[in-house]
Design a protein around this ligand. Sequence first.
Ligand code: PLP
Length: 321
Amino acid sequence: MIVNQEKTLAEKVRADFPILQRKVNGKPLVYFDNAESSHKPSVVLNALRDYYEQYNSNVHQSTHVLGKEATEAYEAAREKLAKFINAASPQEIIYTRNATEGINLVAYDWGINNLTTGDEIIISVMEHHSNIVPWQVVAQKTGAVLKFVELNENEEFNLEQFKTLISDRTKLVSILHLSSTLGCINPVEEIIAIARQKGSKVLIDTCQSLPHMPIDVQKMDCDWLVGSGYKMCGPTGIGLLYGKLELLRSMPPFLTGGDMVAEVFRDRRRRALCAIAPHTRICPISLKQEHRQLEMPSPLVQPLTTSAKLAWIKSMLMKQN
Ligand SMILES: Cc1ncc(COP(=O)(O)O)c(C=O)c1O
């Protein structure tokens, strides 16, 4: 008798996750809560361990071998991430702690500085709280009006209502791509095309879609996009903010201090070169390092797992090389 030894996809996937080897109530662990937080395959856990065992060091600062290796790995992961979502350049990738921080960065940095009384922000009723509350705060601070797209009879994004809601005063549309509560995939390319006609910027929340489907930001033509590492086999404490380069360039440094600083003066009258922090001369950055004005390298080790996690997702879940 010939026995087929080929492993099923489920067997292969299970073997990659140490946590799925444990038993709960005497039975092999079955886990369905990936939309909230995915488990971590061995390649990701190994990448974390490898960092601490081989090149534990700060990035962009230390001049010794370990610092150089950490910086190279940190920036190589940025390039992989850019490729993963087809960003035009790695400079368009900002590491954040999570998607919530990415949305808040846009809200506090771009929103507060660009919106004014009577401007409109459009979100939908299916958004996660992290794509609602920051806009409520921005609306309150700037006098902008927050509008909601309702669901249609199929419990999906009501595109027809959206068309009637959007106006020349709409400055931002911020919408999720895939809803984990409703299961629907929003027609983001259509939404963006409509927003463009009104001159509105668009932020897409891809927390739930990024782990499951190929995303092409150039095709999608969004202005910003956020995602979250721990929902796509990475550790907690790492998120992604993509932004079009020209737009990122127009956004002032978000968290001041640390990495954005070249020189700090006691007296702001001496050399006030940074509008948002007049005591500070900001880093004379090369074009390659522009993202550093918006990002603190605090989620340091987490980005280093990015290469491993993207490779695993592509080969196991998306079947790409
Ligand atoms: C659609 C969506 N947006 C945003 C978030 C918040 O993500 P984070 O925890 O990375 O801030 C979640 C988390 O469940 C989500 O599902």
